[in-house]
Write a protein that binds this ligand. Structure first.
Ligand SMILES: C[S@@+](CC[C@H](N)C(=O)[O-])C[C@H]1O[C@@H](n2cnc3c(N)ncnc32)[C@H](O)[C@@H]1O
Length: 195
């Protein structure tokens, strides 16, 4: 932490260094995961729902040289995006023209995944799942895996404590039998195929 007399503490400097290091390796993991699990052949049509500045797919195109078309959306007005909330776009466009959906979210893209399952989407889905230390998991997901309204009201943190495990259980309820995962503590980068 910063102190007016001593400046930044060693611990704080160390944390800053670690952050820089891990940020880079996480980008490498996100890109690596996509490169490994792209559809094997043919044109790749990606709906990039959390596109940001598009770093991931630019890197995937560079690494693979494959024919990859990306339709990008982002709620921040940056570059060539469909602007606004991805859920609104995802419910109004024909998802079946994309063979890849990218959900590189900051938290848990539960609503977006639910929309894909509810619409019978078929293809490859890349997901970033990040649960902060005190972060609650989406209520609908917890109910689906067996928690009751009463349990969620009485012990909300306890019900979310093993969020990643419950999330995987929720995926399996929706027919996902295998995921490929690169994890760092509470951050999980993974993908799965819906056939
Ligand atoms: C982790 S960054 C994505 C980085 C990006 N995949 C890349 O390759 O650079 C998450 C992005 O999602 C956007 N975002 C967050 N919630 C959103 C939402 N509900 N709809 C659309 N974009 C959203 C943020 O503005 C941010 O740019």
């Amino acid at each position: 932490m910063y102190h007016p007399l001593v400046g930044y503490s060693d611990r704080w400097r160390q944390m800053a260094k670690e952050t820089v290091k891990t940020d880079n390796s996480y980008l490498a993991d996100k890109v690596g995961l996509r490169v490994e699990h792209l559809p094997r052949k043919g044109e790749i049509r990606v709906l990039d729902c959390y596109a940001g500045t598009g770093r991931i797919w630019r890197a995937v195109k560079r690494r693979t040289g494959r024919d990859i078309k990306v339709l990008a959306m982002d709620k921040r007005p940056i570059g060539y995006h469909l602007p606004g909330d991805n859920l609104a776009w995802m419910s109004s466009i024909n998802l079946s023209i994309f063979n890849v959906i990218d959900l590189d979210a900051y938290g848990v893209p539960y609503e977006q995944l639910k929309l894909l399952f509810d619409n019978g989407y078929k293809g490859i889905v890349f997901v970033t799942f990040i649960q902060s230390i005190w972060g609650r998991m989406p209520k609908g997901m917890l109910i689906d895996v067996g928690f009751t309204e009463e349990m969620l009201e009485k012990a909300p943190s306890l019900c979310s404590a093993r969020g990643w495990e419950y999330f995987q259980e929720w995926l399996s309820i929706h027919g996902v039998s295998t995921i490929w995962d690169r994890s760092h503590s509470r951050k999980h980068y993974f993908c799965f195929a819906i056939r």
